[in-house]
Design a protein around this ligand. Sequence first.
Ligand code: ZN
Length: 442
Amino acid sequence: MTLLLRAGLLFTGSHEIENGWVLSRDGFIAEVGSGSHPPADDFVDEPNCVAMPGLVNAHDHMYQWATRGYVPDGTLFEWLRALYPVWARIDAETVRVAARAAMARLLISGCTLSTDHHYVFPQGRPGIFEALVDSARELGLRFQPCRGSMSLGESKGGLPPDSVVEDEDAILAHTEEMIGRYHDPKPGAMCRVVVAPCSPFSVTPELMRDSAALARRHGVRLHTHLAETLDEERFCVEKFGRRPVELMEDLGWTGDDVWYAHGIHLNDAEVDRIAEVKTGIAHCPSSNMRLGAGACRVEDLVRAGARVGLGVDGSASNEDANLAMEAHQALLLARVRATSPAALDARGAWRLATRGGADCLGWDDCGSLEPGRCADIACFRVDDLAHAGIEDRVAALALAPPSRAQTVVVNGRVVVRDGRLLTGDEAEIAREIAATSVRLAG
Ligand SMILES: [Zn+2]
């Protein structure tokens, strides 16, 4: 099957082509050009759009779509302590409904590849990981689910209550089972699995170490939260006598197969070290601002050569999953942090939202529009009220973020057309999540 997509401006990630087109064949980009184009089985013409690589979401917790709006003014630890007991009630059906909402919103915002860090597996509730994978398959999202975990309960000095932590042997066994069932290392894969203990304050150092060994045995990636708040830093220094990054070094959690969410509270040496070992950072500006966590040193990390991507983070600390909005937020927050508009420009912000995220996730064939890469494309209108008349169309979309993508292609398949999701019923997904959120609130 071939698909030809033509746009007023094609932004490949590295260069910009007026009236450019992309030909995809069997899920991969076959050719990129401008002017006259080859024939194709299907043709999408978007003269009023900028087409760019599909956006990549490098950090999320999709189940949280069912618990949006809780603790609107709390710190991370206050917010977590209030939410853990609610999350303890989730089951596969809750996760299915919430994931469909999160994924629908991501796709409509131009996201084509997303990770999901799922770390709540209440005892006796099977099928949660399967519900995530099935939802992505149904909606047509390229997916990288993380088998997350929590094992350090309150009675052992951790933050979560004992009721939501799992036995470590069971975690490792289930993680290995999910890798065996769903991980596809081949180019153009639609699903790859990650090993992802939740954070230094919710798992033991032993589980961190064992998880790294398990991931490396299977050639899969590692993900965790790190250096998100000063509370976490104090916790690590008091309990382990180490700063968060030092602790990760001790536990074998550095390298190009690892990416951390947040990476906010880093000193100069830690910024250099993260760049040197090629560990990725998923920057989540909306969530960081919502929780007052701090501002990631994005410009320093990029300058040092680190891999930096963008994430929406769980929607309980964002209330949306609009990746184009995160590019906008990243641009503004970097400038506030640096007190300089030179800290991050529009093309730099889009690079974080595309290639940077793909680098974090280790997805070498995504994040740019070039022959041989996955045919994942997002088109945004620039003739609407928010953007019409702004000469630099790529900058326009970062300064005034689009609320929806016009057309989205994943794996050579059109999943959003005219701003509407084709693979699910948005109104029905909204009704289901409303009912599920009320039920979960109890
Ligand atoms: Zn998170």
